[in-house]
Design a protein around this ligand. Sequence first.
Ligand code: SF4
Length: 369
Amino acid sequence: MIEQAEIFALMNRNRTEFVKSSGRPAIGWLSIYTPEEILYAAGLVPFRITGEFAQNTSEAGSMICSNFCSYLLHSLSEGIEGIYDFADGIVIVDECDWRKRLYETWKKQLNPPFTYYLELPKMITPESKAYFRLQLKKWVAALESHYHIQITNEALHRSISLHNETRTLLQRLYKLRQSDCSPVTGMEALQIMKAATAGRKEEFNLELARFLDDREARNEPPTKRHRVLVCGSYFDQPELVEIIEQTGAQIVCEDTSIGIKYAEGSIEETEDPLTAIADYYLEKATCARMFDSDIRLNHLLDLIETYEADSVIYFTLKFCDIYLMDYPYVMNRLQQRGISVLFIEGEQQMSNIQSIKTRVQTFLETRMF
Ligand code: SF4
């Protein structure tokens, strides 16, 4: 019998097969600012492109630039290698300049049947929310015209409700991790968070509900372990998670896009679904691409307190300007409060894992013993 947690790892290992077997047209996305609700309401399967299956990035590097955010470089390589040929296309949200380049290259070089670039404001004001709603409306119109369908308010309401259910379940997962003896490891959490974006929300919700029922029923005696919070840019680094947890420390929260950022809040189930979707995504101001570092910092401080984190690991992918620029500010403010931070700069597939291992072990062991 497959261990409950292994089901999520399997969903990820067979990610493309899992998406394909739905039998519905699929659209890939890369940013957590992509309203999956709209794609789902259009009868499509929205799935996150992870970049993890790419074999070789040299062709992608020659098309865009080798000194490129490696998450995007690996994602483009997957596209070039034909991994997403089964899908109808991609939607790319205007989150950083690299993504603009990726959109142009993907459209020109791979030219799938449907590509869309969704504009996203950087400020959170009534005007920017109204503007974003307008962009969503244009995107809905493009989908309707491409697929010869109508995306009704009823379909949007059903989709919002399904995605809110996923958020509620994921929030239960994070709640469990607040306990003194979290029954969920960092590796399990990473697999679950990735599986949440593998496109099949109904199946995922069922599996996660079963997993949570089982873990909530466990009554393990509290054992105090050093609690680590990971924050920063795109973080899909199982080797690093393993290194951290092998020291005896435990990752209790990830303030990243494959982490709590994906699961926070919920969309109001009000009369006008597009307004509710626009408001929800714009208020998700925890990504470094949004203005106002203090909103992000205060949010991080709240998480450190809620999860009783003893130390913080700030991870950023090389060439991710927005998270690199944010780091000195975050580090100063955390250190002023006596919170120790380790900065790690890495790549999607890390070549310098041994040196990172030494730094992580030194950082954690000097704080644990
Ligand atoms: S990790 Fe940074 S550079 Fe890469 S896509 Fe995300 S925001 Fe852009």
